[in-house]
Design a protein around this ligand. Structure first.
Ligand code: ADP
Ligand code: MG
Length: 256
């Protein structure tokens, strides 16, 4: 059975896209069939997986607005069984265009229904907002994974995110759960990081992954080569931590 996970936090720059790309690639490395859906108009997951925007003729916008079959907007990456539904800047218009459409919250869910049997994991990279695009992602998902930057205001805004989860549970998707909370960009040189980790663990308890993602330059470099870290630098610490996260995710899903 497929597991559909939204990677979400309405704060920008917390590591959503980095986590989507690298978790996806590490699950794929472990033999899983993975689809990554980019729902951020910035399209960073798209380019970070080596898909050139100029080569994209159909994207997630066409699935959401024109009800294009998702297969027609699915692109292969260099990794076998790691596919992408890309986003381009035209997606920026979708927030407003969806507002006037019927069954607007269920568009992505309907699109994914056609391909869900063909994957083990579908990861949805969410935009830094809680509008129609995120609501579509949450409605289509089994759970959400929340990357939290290990910094002072880490928990700020999370109540708003959890409120949106509750609204989606109430109206569109009763079985939506919290997959886990992931601490990202941890910097061992500051005491602050450790304090934040304590605070996040107190709040979310066993839902916080044991794996903590440190701040690692190689992780920030890899996307400009269009590669996940396990292909850009397979022996690196960045590769190691995302492999460890993938193992935790598979274990939590009885999948190992
Ligand atoms: P989001 O998708 O939440 O906006 P990104 O994953 O794009 O966040 O990360 C924001 C920036 O920080 C990007 O430039 C990315 O390369 C960098 N980054 C993400 N995670 C790490 C990390 N663990 N170490 C160093 N840089 C990181
Ligand atoms: Mg992003």
């Amino acid at each position: 059975m497929v597991k559909i996970i939204s990677i979400a936090n309405q704060k920008g720059g917390v590591g959503k896209t980095t986590t989507t790309i690298n978790l996806g690639a590490c699950l794929n490395e472990a033999g899983k069939r993975v689809l990554i859906v980019d729902t951020d108009p910035q399209g960073n997951a798209t380019s970070g997986l080596g898909i050139k925007k100029s080569d994209v003729s159909k994207d997630v916008y066409d699935v959401l607005i024109n009800e294009l079959p998702i297969k027609a907007a699915t692109y292969h990456t260099k990794r076998v069984n790691l596919d992408v539904v890309p986003a381009t800047i035209q997606l920026a218009g979708a927030e407003i265009e969806l507002t006037s459409q019927m069954a607007r919250e269920q568009r992505l869910e309907a699109g994914l229904r056609e391909v869900r049997d063909q994957y083990d994991y579908i990861l949805i990279d969410c935009p830094p907002s809680l509008g129609q695009l995120s609501i579509n992602a949450f409605t289509a998902s089994d759970s959400i994974m929340i990357p939290v930057q290990s910094e002072y205001y880490a928990l700020e805004g999370l109540s708003q995110l959890l409120n949106t989860v509750r609204l989606v549970q109430k109206h569109f998707n009763a079985h939506l759960g919290i997959e886990g909370v992931l601490l990202t960009m941890y910097d061992a040189r500051t005491n602050l990081g450790a304090e934040v980790i304590d605070e996040v663990r107190k709040t979310f308890r066993e839902r916080v992954y044991k794996t903590v993602i440190p701040r690692i330059t190689r992780l920030a470099e890899a996307p400009s080569y269009g590669l996940p870290i396990i292909d850009y630098d397979p022996k690196s610490r960045g590769a190691e931590v995302y492999i460890s996260l993938a193992k935790e995710v598979m274990k939590a899903n009885g999948d190992q």
